[in-house]
Design a protein around this ligand. Structure first.
Ligand code: PMP
Length: 444
């Protein structure tokens, strides 16, 4: 039935039909399929899971909320858990952020950020600031606005005719820069950014970027100091800084938010994924009181932010998020991720030594392992080989689930994973790379 009725997201159904995976249960860092086979959740169910599956406190919070109400609209009316959660989010985020605008997914939080930034200027009589600056290889979601400011060719190129133009600046990619050096890559990027601002700042509403690390673009980490300099240039040229914390937020990088790595104060910040601990679809766009004030006026002036969906601010989701954030405090999650990330870094070293591992990139519990045909020249495997995809199929056979990004294997364990579990998962990755590449060379 799964083959017959479903059309899965970001999935070639011809692949899926070969050996359909159907998950039935989850507990802790493990998922179980309908045949009873267990897998490590090596991608935190698409980067969302924090405390593991079936976490008693979150389960209970949702059940308790059901005793009051499951959902009422946030359009023109508030609710209790949405209010409590907003207060909590403001307390946790950079001190300049004061307002929370809810949504249902990371991509939607981005759409809101874009509309908010454009309308911020428009409401003040400046309709010329309509453009956005973005970085090459950035990812902000799959809706039309979000892909317009994204630049992962594999997912985005085909939809080019539907997109609005954004001004793209090269991301400082240390591994792929001709110099192979982060400092040089950063210099080139900052020069390009300065030039773009110099030539276009009067038309630029905002700059949008992932926070400290590009996730879906293959786990590419910014060289130290780059983030701060981008922030400084945004201030200098009067451009709003929009930071996308959808993947990085809530402890994933070893800080509550990745802005903390360089003490960044964004004008707008998007969060999603880990906000409910991986339970329910809640997202949010946070901003300053200054931005909010630009929308505050008589209704007839049409300064309202015209955005909101049927399930915005859903009570069950907000209750789950509140329970999730309480657990962050109670179980000291962020510090524990930082400590366990050091162990993870050690266990990744043998993988780094493998003949086809080009680069291993890690920030906290976000890991990308880029496979290459030739380690010396950094030549990639042919596209048709689907080397990382094949490796994840081997991983699945060996008891762990993940999804690759191009030729990069992704490892994003739930933040609750113990040192031992992290070691076991890394061992599966190691074994699966060797097995896949060995089998491939046997065949060719
Ligand atoms: N921004 C970033 C940085 C992301 O990594 C993602 C999803 N991987 C999104 C936005 C989109 O989030 P969602 O899938 O919840 O729409």
């Amino acid at each position: 039935m799964s083959k017959e009725y479903l059309w899965l997201p970001f999935t070639q159904m011809k692949d899926y039909e070969q050996d359909p995976l159907i998950i039935k249960e989850g507990e802790g860092v493990k998922l179980t399929d309908i045949y009873g086979k267990e897998y490590y959740d090596g991608y935190s169910s698409l980067w969302v899971n924090v405390h593991g599956h079936k976490k008693q406190e979150i389960d209970q919070a949702i059940k308790d909320q059901l005793d009051s109400i499951a959902h009422s609209t946030l359009l023109g009316a508030s609710n209790v858990p949405a209010t409590l959660l907003a207060e909590k989010l403001i307390a946790l985020s950079p001190t300049n952020l004061k307002r929370v605008f809810y949504s249902d997914s990371g991509a939607e939080a981005i759409e809101i950020a874009l509309k908010m930034a454009f309308q911020y200027w428009y409401n003040q009589g400046n309709g010329k600031k309509t453009k956005f600056v973005t970085f090459t290889n950035g990812y902000h979601g799959d809706t039309v606005g979000a892909i317009s400011v994204g630049a992962v060719d594999l997912f985005h190129k085909i939809y080019n005719p539907l997109m609005f133009n954004s001004l793209k600046v090269p991301f400082p990619d240390a591994y792929r820069h001709p110099s192979g050096n982060g400092g040089e890559a950063m210099k080139d990027s900052l020069q390009a950014l300065r030039d773009t601002f110099e030539n276009h700042h009067k038309e630029i509403a905002g700059l949008i970027m992932e926070s400290k690390i590009q996730g879906a673009g293959g786990m590419k980490i910014m060289p130290e100091g780059f983030y701060k300099e981008v922030e400084r240039l945004c201030r200098e040229y009067n451009v709003l800084l929009i930071v996308d914390e959808v993947a990085t937020g809530f402890g994933r990088t070893g800080k509550m938010f990745a802005v903390e790595h360089e003490n960044i104060k964004p004008d707008i910040m998007t969060v999603a994924k880990g906000i409910t601990g991986g339970y329910l679809p809640i997202a949010a766009t946070l901003t300053t009181e200054k931005v909010h004030q630009a929308f505050y006026d008589d209704y007839t002036k049409l300064k309202t932010l015209f955005h909101g969906h049927s399930y915005t601010g859903n009570q069950l989701g907000c209750a789950a998020a509140l329970a999730n954030l309480e657990l962050f405090e109670k179980e000291n999650i962020v510090d524990s991720v930082r400590k366990k990330a050091e162990v993870l870094s050690e266990t990744l070293q043998p993988i780094e030594q493998l003949p086809h591992t080009g680069d291993v990139r890690q920030l906290g519990f976000m890991v990308g392992i880029e496979l290459v045909k030739d380690k010396q020249t950094k030549e990639s495997f042919p596209f048709e080989d689907r080397i990382a995809y094949q490796t994840t199929l081997t991983m699945r056979k060996n008891g762990m689930l993940s999804r690759p990004l191009g030729d990069t294997l992704i490892f994003m364990p739930p933040l609750c994973a113990s040192e031992q579990e992290v070691k076991e998962m890394t061992a599966i990755i190691h074994q699966s790379i060797e097995e896949t590449i060995f089998n491939k060379s046997e065949m060719s």
